[in-house]
Design a protein around this ligand. Structure first.
Ligand code: CMP
Length: 139
């Protein structure tokens, strides 16, 4: 079964949206295989967002992602990468449908409430970045 990494980002945790986001995940039929709360340090966040290291927004992104605890999740389901991305909505919350998590709970293109892997390759990298095999409950 396909897997993806989801993050409930510091803005959404701080705003008290964790439960609502988990409810949406489960109501859509996506299965939570692993979950942990973690306050990322700079090294951990920089390694995770390595592909964005040359971007103008990189430093701000790291400041944001280390500003408070996140909730890290491994989700699985048929076509879960696309299904979680559809629930999240586009990177910029204001351009998404009102039902999407980012539109409902995000603030702007940086403080956008949640993260999801964008491809099968990045899902493998991201799941393994945060979770050991023994922490992922397949059934
Ligand atoms: P995410 O899906 O976690 O992937 C990279 C993150 O960088 C993105 O969500 C946003 O939080 C942030 N990001 C992407 N584009 C921009 C931008 N133009 N300005 C600021 N932050 C951005």
């Amino acid at each position: 079964m396909e897997k993806t990494l989801a993050i409930i980002k510091p803005d959404a945790v701080q705003a008290g949206y964790t439960g609502e986001i988990i409810k949406r995940i489960e109501e859509d039929g996506l299965i939570i295989r692993a979950m942990r709360m973690e306050h990322l340090d700079r090294k951990r966040a920089e390694g995770f967002y390595y592909v964005h290291r040359q971007k103008s927004f990189f430093n701000e992104l790291i400041n944001f992602m280390t500003s408070g605890p996140c909730v890290l999740l491994v989700l699985s389901a048929y076509n879960v990468i696309n299904r979680w991305r559809n629930l999240m909505g586009p990177t910029d919350p204001k351009s998404g449908h009102p039902d999407t998590i980012r539109r409902a709970m995000g603030t702007n293109i940086e403080r956008n409430a949640v993260h999801g892997s964008d491809s099968k390759d990045s899902a493998v990298y991201e799941v393994n970045y945060f979770f050991k095999g023994t922490e992922i409950f397949e059934r």
